[in-house]
Design a protein around this ligand. Structure first.
Ligand code: DC
Length: 239
């Protein structure tokens, strides 16, 4: 850090859609009392704001300018953009598609990188996304790469949507997860990949609590937790 103080510690949790990283990151942050960064939500917010303002998703300059002016509030229960609650809106399928498109633009990634790095505050940050360990927080104290089979990820997403009353077929979800994987892994800038120093956890056969326990074990081994982890709290299930 420029003021000479060591930067607050970061736990970077990366992985494909449906690997469980959103849920795991939220629980780990809650247990440690650290701040949570859902970086995917930032890409979703850019897509939402662009669609709301009629800015084409393939116009990097206008998108970057727009991104710099957005006032984003990411709370535990709600996400607001310029005062508008977009918590539910940014989870719509059209926004998932738009977010994947804006995430390919270096100008947008560059702007969001500053926003993300600005969230690294004491006592620590749990950051979830695709490039937390490889790009945004290369010096993270702990890097975790979560994965699960495409079948299992589609089943998890299907369960979430059914609970929300939506009726997308499992087959369609399987295809959409495969398409997003391709786009995330093959894009030219910051593709999804495991950092060489990341710990891989395959969550296909694991419960949420088992994955959280595994991550906290590594937190402890590295001496990152200042005190005893907090008791379990609620929190939304997310990918
Ligand atoms: O995790 P998510 O589904 O909310 O992410 C939305 C999109 O943003 C997805 O296409 C991947 C992209 N993304 C990214 O490129 N880099 C990140 N750090 C987080 C998400």
């Amino acid at each position: 850090m420029s003021d000479g103080r060591p930067a607050a510690p970061v736990i970077a949790i990366d992985g494909p859609s449906g690997s469980g990283k959103g849920t795991i990151a939220a629980r780990v942050a809650e247990r440690l009392g650290w701040r949570l960064l859902d970086s995917g939500a930032l890409y979703r917010i850019v897509a939402w704001a662009a669609l709301a303002r009629g800015i084409p998703l393939d116009d990097p300059e206008r998108l970057a300018v727009m991104t710099r002016t957005l006032v984003i509030e990411q709370g535990a229960a709600a996400v607001r953009v310029d005062g508008v609650d977009v918590t539910a809106a940014i989870r719509e399928e059209r926004i998932s598609v738009g977010a994947a498109a804006v995430a390919t633009l270096p100008e947008v990634r560059q702007t969001l990188r500053g926003v993300q790095q600005g969230m690294r505050v004491a006592p620590g940050l749990v950051a979830d996304g695709r490039d937390m360990g490889t790009e945004v927080f290369r010096d993270a104290e702990l890097k975790i790469f979560l994965d699960a089979s495409v079948d299992e990820r589609a089943r998890r997403r299907h369960k979430q949507l059914m609970e929300k009353g939506s009726s997308v077929s499992l087959r369609d979800l399987f295809a959409s997860i495969q398409a997003r994987d391709r786009s995330d892994r093959n894009r030219a800038v910051s593709p999804l990949r495991r950092a060489p120093d990341a710990i891989s956890i395959d969550t296909t056969q694991m419960s949420v609590e088992a994955v959280v326990a595994e991550v906290l074990k590594h937190v402890e081994t590295r001496g990152l937790a200042a005190g005893p982890a907090r008791s379990r709290g609620g929190g939304q299930e997310n990918d």
